[in-house]
Design a protein around this ligand. Structure first.
Ligand SMILES: [Zn+2]
Length: 420
C-alpha cells in the first residue's frame, strides 16, 4: 500500500531535493532528514519505479477544482481544508507549479501534491490515505561563518551579485546604514562593504546569507560600522561600536530611490513666481505614483489639498518635530492616524504649484524648518548599561575581524567616524 512508504510529511528535507520534473519522489524519510548536509551527505536512495513526479503549470483562470481531477483526486474541498492553516489553495497563482507524485500501480493517481510557498517552505499534501492531510517541508540549512567584501563598481546590484550576494541581501545591508548614508546620492564608486554573517548551505552548496553579525561601509573616506546585537529580552538591533543605535528617529529621505533636484535654501529663485523665495524643503524628482514613506513614527495632522502645496501631508513626531510632504497624487493615510517609520503614507504627484512630478519634503524642529539632508539627527537608543559588557566583548571580536578583512588596513584609523 501507499502508506507503507512511511513518508512523514512534516519531515525536513534539504532544498531542493523535491524539485526537478524528472526527479523521482524519494520515499525514504531517513534519507530526507539530512540535518548536517555539509558534513554528511545522505546517499541518494534508489528511485522507486512505482512512483513518478510531474509538474503542472497553473494556467490563467484555472482553479484547483479543475486540476486535481486530472490526477485522479476528487476530494477538492478536503485538500483545500487540509492546506488552510498555511495557504488558501482556492486562490492559486497562474504561472506557479503544482508538483504531483503519481502512483503507477493505481492508474497514475496522485499520492502527493507539493506547492512551493516561498524559498524555504513547501506545502505537502498527502493524498494517499482516506482523507488528505497536509504539512510543511522546510529547508534545513547548514550554517557556516562567512565573510564577504563588496566593492561598488558600476551598479550596486551587479557588485553585490559578483560578491555572491543577492539583491535581497544587499538591501538588508543597505538598510543597516540607511540612517547614516543616503544611497540615492552619497554612495561613491569604490565604496566598500565588509560583511560578517552566517552563510547558509543546502546540499553542500552555498544558497544565501543568513543572519548578519557585523557590517562596515567605507565610503568617501568615512567608515561606518554596525554590530548586530540580540538583547537579553530577545529583541535585536544594530549598534555602532560606541553603543549608540544605528537606527535614528528619522530616515534621511522619504523615497527609496530618487535624486535631489532642489536643495533646502534660504533664497532660491522660484521658477513659477519668478522671484527669489526661500525653499524650506528638499525636492526629489520622481515619477508620479512613487511611494512616499513617513521618515519617522508619528501622527498624521494634515492630509488634504492645501493651496500651492497641492495634496499635502503633515506628520507630527515626538520631540517637537514635524515633517511635511507636498504635491502628492494620493494619500494612503488619514488625519489622526498613527504611522510607523518607513510606512508608505502617500504617492508622489504633481498637484498644486509644481513645475513637474516631484516630492517636496520638509523637516521642522521646534518650529523651525531645517535642512533634512544635512541636519544631524540625534540617536535615540543606546546600549543598556546592564548589557554593555556583553556587547563590548562581541564588538571587540567582530571589529577585529572587520579590520582583518580590509585589504589595505585603512579602516583601523578613520574608524573614529563611527558613532559621531
Ligand atoms: Zn520644493
Amino acid at each position: 500500500m501507499v502508506s507503507s512508504l512511511g513518508v512523514a510529511v512534516m519531515v525536513m528535507v534539504p532544498w531542493p531535493s523535491w524539485s526537478g520534473m524528472d526527479g523521482m519522489f524519494q520515499g525514504n524519510a531517513a534519507a530526507m532528514s539530512a540535518s548536517d548536509v555539509l558534513v554528511e551527505v545522505a546517499p541518494e536512495p534508489e528511485p522507486d519505479p512505482r512512483f513518478r513526479d510531474v509538474s503542472h503549470r497553473i494556467r490563467k483562470g484555472q482553479a484547483l477544482g479543475s486540476i486535481l481531477p486530472e490526477y485522479g483526486v476528487h476530494q477538492v474541498d478536503a485538500v483545500v481544508e487540509a492546506a488552510a492553516p498555511w495557504v488558501d489553495l482556492t486562490s492559486i497563482w497562474a504561472g506557479k507549479d503544482l508538483h504531483f507524485t503519481l502512483d503507477r500501480e493505481s492508474e497514475d493517481r496522485a499520492v502527493f501534491l507539493r506547492y512551493v510557498l516561498d524559498e524555504d517552505r513547501t506545502l505537502v499534501v498527502d493524498l494517499s490515505g482516506e482523507s488528505p492531510s497536509a504539512g510543511i517541508e522546510e529547508v534545513v540549512y547548514a550554517h557556516m561563518a562567512g565573510q564577504r567584501v563588496l566593492t561598488v563598481e558600476g551598479s550596486l546590484w551587479q557588485s553585490a551579485v559578483n560578491a555572491g550576494l543577492r539583491p535581497a541581501d544587499i538591501m538588508r545591508i543597505a538598510n543597516v546604514f540607511r540612517f547614516d548614508v543616503d544611497f540615492n546620492t552619497e554612495l561613491q564608486a569604490g565604496a566598500r562593504f565588509s560583511v560578517i554573517g552566517d552563510d547558509l548551505y543546502s546540499g553542500g552548496e552555498y544558497v544565501k546569507m543568513g543572519e548578519l553579525q557585523a557590517v562596515r561601509l567605507e565610503n568617501k573616506g568615512q567608515v561606518f560600522t554596525a554590530i548586530h546585537f540580540v538583547h537579553a529580552d530577545g529583541k535585536d538591533g544594530w549598534y555602532h561600536p560606541d553603543g549608540t543605535a544605528a537606527k535614528k528617529p528619522f530616515l534621511r529621505s522619504p523615497l527609496d530611490f530618487a535624486r535631489v533636484t532642489s536643495n533646502f535654501n534660504g533664497g532660491r529663485y522660484h521658477p513659477v513666481l519668478k522671484k527669489k523665495r526661500k525653499h524650506l524643503g528638499t525636492d526629489f524628482g520622481c515619477p508620479s505614483g512613487t511611494p512616499v514613506k513617513a521618515t519617522g513614527a508619528g501622527v498624521v495632522t494634515v492630509a488634504k489639498k492645501h493651496g500651492g502645496h497641492g495634496n499635502h501631508l503633515v506628520i507630527k513626531h515626538a520631540g517637537g518635530r514635524i515633517t511635511k510632504y507636498s504635491h502628492l497624487s494620493s494619500f494612503k493615510v488619514k488625519k489622526g492616524q498613527k504611522v510607523e517609520q518607513g510606512q508608505v503614507v502617500a504617492l508622489s504627484g504633481n498637484t498644486g504649484m509644481s513645475t513637474g512630478p516631484h516630492l517636496h519634503y520638509e523637516l521642522h524642529m521646534n518650529g523651525k524648518a531645517v535642512d533634512a539632508m544635512k541636519v544631524e539627527l540625534p540617536t535615540t537608543d543606546t546600549m543598556p548599561v546592564a548589557e554593555r559588557t556583553a556587547f563590548n566583548a562581541q564588538r571587540d571580536v567582530l571589529v577585529a575581524q572587520l579590520d582583518a578583512m580590509d585589504p589595505d588596513g585603512e579602516a583601523a584609523a578613520p574608524a573614529l567616524v563611527d558613532g559621531e
